[in-house]
Design a protein. Structure first.
Length: 575
């Protein structure tokens, strides 16, 4: 019988039958209070025989005889290990020890530490991080002195994507660079999720269609840990757009349900209001393995990258949950890139250049006079050079809500790439206290001193009064010119008669009104309607029929009604 209550005596020995050399011995004979974990150092004798020798480790019942390296009985367990002894050790190559390779980083900016492992001399280190960003490889490299053994990364993504880290070193300016490569995963701003026991439920195939770019995901087995982030391709869509999703689940999933969340508001959580699809019925074992559904992108969806989370969950013993680890589930995350403005080669259609009151950061770098007003002066030989690196911006108050359809900008000559990461935004107030980003200049954009065009996804533009360019941190403004255009569309009459809006003979009446507005004459079905204040703020819309809305809840004033994200009409709410 093994030791009483499972408490054994551990004895570890280097034992040669004649010399009886012992490396370590622990525990008390005839005791039930011995430890089960030990840590110790072994000093190799200076006259140890070179080559391979044996280390024997034995656990033996403390109430029987002392450990015996050569005895076979029923109260001991013995394991042998090899030790290679040499006259001198060759230095290992330098290596990163923190964070541990093949793990997930915990922050967007992480500290990496390494050891030289006896490699000398090192004249300089080359520390590099790289990752894929929508088909482009983003690389950041640092050259550090040979005495440096740690550094902080540049800001990395926070969406769990793979990160490659390379540690290079050089012994002299003419010696070759040697390097080791390590793999990590970026920190993830979204909650952790995963599966456990039973691996029969998973997505076998997920495809999308009708988006600007689509995905085709296919797997034949359960993902390790019940979770996968699929990032090699992504869905590109637009605010107000519609795309189709087709899901085929594994054969066993007739006993499961499928749930889809999409973080449209970009707050890094999956809310009940963001459930885009629920397939199957709980407490049922006859659910489908094949689902097809349309996803409508909210017109106010955040611009940029958002997450779609798809979970296959047992229908009887579990309830789908966007966060947490639970058995009988598997979860896969996909990326969606939402556009409101996209790059183009020219402004399309008939447009009018808008003007307004210049807003933005006061002053200029070194007080040289390169102020924000230069951005809107129509002169490519002037520019905005801000007084400080961060939070600097230049914008326009257009005086009233306009349907912005195109923005043209030109970077400053010689400093164009300082616009990388800059944002074009709209707001409901002049201070941009709640800005909406409509376009972000890509971090990998190769900019130059030329005009760049941004066009609205919506056919008739987006309604806004306040528009600005926000320079990225470290950008100092560095923009030469911005031109803002509206598309010329037919407007509504603002008298008490019925209003014929455009060539399709759409009637919006009565206008002005105190309550009910009726829309007639459209050549297509009304799928979406949104109403905005004159400042560009979306207001609560009350539909009272397929073609009627009630604006009695709104304050008196002028509003913009957008139908199907393309037809735009003015409505006056009277006293």
């Amino acid at each position: 019988m093994w030791s009483y209550k499972g408490l054994d005596r551990l004895e570890q020995r280097w034992r040669f039958q004649r010399l009886r050399r012992r490396g370590f011995s622990a525990g008390i004979f005839q005791s039930c209070a011995n430890l089960t974990k030990y840590s110790f150092n072994i000093s190799v004798p200076s006259n140890a025989v070179l080559g391979t020798t044996r280390m024997r480790v034995q656990i033996r019942d403390a109430w029987n005889d002392v450990p015996n390296a050569c005895l076979i009985d029923g109260v001991s367990c013995t394991t042998d290990f090899n030790i290679e002894i040499s006259s001198s050790l060759t230095a290992c190559s330098p290596s990163i020890y923190s964070p541990v390779p093949n793990t997930q980083l915990t922050n967007a900016v992480s500290t990496f530490s390494w050891t030289s492992n006896g490699t000398t001399p090192v004249s300089q280190w080359i520390f590099t991080t790289s990752y894929q960003d929508f088909g482009n490889m983003i690389t950041n490299s640092q050259t550090l002195s040979g005495s440096t053994l740690s550094t902080q990364t540049a800001t990395l993504p926070t969406d769990g994507r793979p990160i490659t880290v390379t540690l290079g070193w050089q012994s002299g300016s003419t010696s070759p660079v040697q390097q080791n490569t390590y793999n990590y995963f970026a920190s993830d701003r979204y909650c952790a999720v995963g599966g456990g026991k039973y691996k029969g439920y998973f997505i076998q195939n997920l495809t999308t269609s009708n988006a600007k770019t689509n995905i085709n995901y296919s797997r034949d087995k359960y993902s390790e840990g019940g979770y996968e982030q699929f990032s090699s391709t992504w869905i590109t869509t637009t605010q107000g757009g519609i795309f189709n999703v087709n899901i085929i689940t594994s054969m066993a999933s007739f006993r499961a349900v499928t749930k889809v969340w999409i973080d449209w508001n970009g707050n890094n959580t999956f809310e009940d209001s963001e459930v885009s699809f629920f397939g199957g019925t709980l407490q049922t074992e006859t659910n489908s393995n094949n689902y097809s559904f349309n996803v409508t992108v909210p017109s106010n969806a955040v611009n940029g990258l958002v997450r779609m989370r798809v979970q296959v969950c047992d229908a009887t013993w579990r309830t789908p949950a966007a966060c947490g680890i639970q058995d009988l589930t598997s979860t896969t995350d996909f990326n969606i890139f939402v556009e409101s403005f996209s790059s183009a080669t020219a402004c399309s259609g008939t447009t009018t250049l808008l003007s307004g009151t210049v807003l933005g950061s006061p002053g200029s770098f070194g007080n040289y006079g390169d102020v924000k007003e230069h951005v809107f002066d129509g002169n490519n030989n002037t520019w905005f050079d801000a007084p400080s690196p961060n939070g600097q911006w230049a914008g326009l108050d257009l005086g009233s809500t306009q349907n912005i359809s195109c923005i043209v900008f030109r970077p400053r000559n010689g400093w164009a790439n300082r616009m990388r990461g800059g944002k074009f935004q709209t707001s409901t107030d002049a201070n941009f206290s709640n800005p909406v980003t409509i376009y972000t200049v890509p971090q990998d954009a190769n900019l130059s001193f030329t005009d760049y065009y941004l066009t609205s996804i919506a056919q008739n533009g987006i309604p806004a009064r306040y528009v600005r360019y926000l320079s990225p941190d470290g950008g100092y403004g560095n923009i030469t010119e911005i031109k803002i255009y509206k598309k010329n569309i037919s407007g509504a009459r603002t008298d008490n008669q019925e209003s014929e809006i455009d060539s399709s003979k759409v009637i919006v009446f009565p206008n002005p009104t105190t309550s009910i507005v009726t829309i007639s004459g459209l050549s297509e079905e009304i799928n979406t309607m949104h109403i905005y204040s004159e400042e560009g703020k979306e207001m609560q819309l009350h539909k009272v029929g397929a073609n009627k809305i009630d604006i009695s809840n709104l304050s008196p004033g002028v509003y913009v009604l957008v139908i199907n994200n393309k037809q735009t009409y003015k409505i006056i709410k009277s006293e």
